[in-house]
Write a protein that binds this ligand. Structure first.
Ligand SMILES: Nc1ncnc2c1ncn2[C@@H]1O[C@H](COP(=O)(O)OP(=O)(O)OP(=O)(O)O)[C@@H](O)[C@H]1O
Length: 249
């Protein structure tokens, strides 16, 4: 049983060869699935197909068994936080609800709770420009999680952050997704990030799925996970699948 399934999915722009070509992938409910690949290999396009923002030319995409994707049940986090400057942090988090109806006190409490879990309780009344890049990324994450979407799609959400902030956010995201039981598809260029986060990692090359690798690491991840031999071995498998040459020490 899968929560997100690609069945023979092909997509291309008019007059050009396919950028996503014959993808078969089934992601289980509650799975954290990472997608790695070189620039231009079709990762973002695959996310857009999963969100129902574009339709396949061939094949089908199923979310919770249906090809009629309900976008209210899909959270999306982009590489840039894309916050609204004229709204406070709290109002940015409440935006998905405010677009549909007037937020209730329960919505506000839930938004405040998410901000607290992401270490932003004291920043709720601020505006995005008063926050650091990492804090803005946290707001974008809280905004995507507010409607408790069963499916969360993330497109290199931490790419612009420094290494320490990125690791903190990876930890927070894993914890929240696990607690909420969210099924996650996470796109990244970064092999170590994919291995740390993913239950499984898929390698995309030239629009095709080259390999899907299970990550045999303990859940929840431990402080020493990144130094473990299992972690290093999983990174090596993925580097080989991506065709990345090992660099001599
Ligand atoms: N609107 C468009 N019209 C034509 N071609 C496009 C369009 N958008 C993307 N492409 C092409 O589709 C291919 C896949 O793009 P996509 O954004 O999915 O790649 P990606 O793997 O996410 O890349 P990156 O890692 O650089 O973000 C690329 O070759 C790109 O040039």
């Amino acid at each position: 049983m899968s929560f997100l399934a690609f069945e023979g999915v092909t997509f291309g722009f008019p007059g050009a060869p396919p950028v996503v070509d014959g993808i078969d992938l089934a992601i289980a409910p509650g799975e954290f699935h990472c997608l790695v690949g070189r620039s231009g290999c079709g990762k973002t396009t695959l996310l857009r197909l999963a969100a129902g923002l574009v339709a396949p030319r061939r094949g089908r995409v199923l979310v919770d068994g249906s090809t009629a994707i309900d976008q209210r049940r899909v959270g999306f986090v982009f590489q840039a936080p894309t916050l609204l400057e004229w709204r406070t942090v709290l109002d940015n988090v409440l935006l998905p609800v405010a677009l549909q109806r007037r937020p209730t006190p329960a919505d506000v409490r839930q938004a405040e709770a998410l901000l607290a879990q992401l270490g932003l309780a004291r920043h709720a009344a601020r505006h995005p420009r008063q926050l650091s890049g990492g804090q803005q990324s946290r707001v974008a994450l809280a905004r995507a999680l507010l409607p408790s979407p069963p499916l969360l799609l993330l497109d290199e959400p931490f790419a612009a952050l420094d290494a320490i902030t990125r690791e903190e956010l990876q930890h927070d995201l894993l914890r929240l997704a696990e607690r909420l039981g969210t099924t996650v598809l996470f796109v990244t260029h970064d092999i170590a990030e994919a291995v740390y986060l993913g239950d499984r990692v898929s390698v995309l090359a030239g629009g095709r799925l080259r390999r899907t690798v299970p990550v045999p690491l303990e859940v929840p991840r431990q402080p020493g996970t990144r130094e473990s031999t299992g972690f290093v071995a999983a990174c090596a498998v993925l580097r080989a699948a991506l065709g990345v040459e090992a660099v001599a020490a």
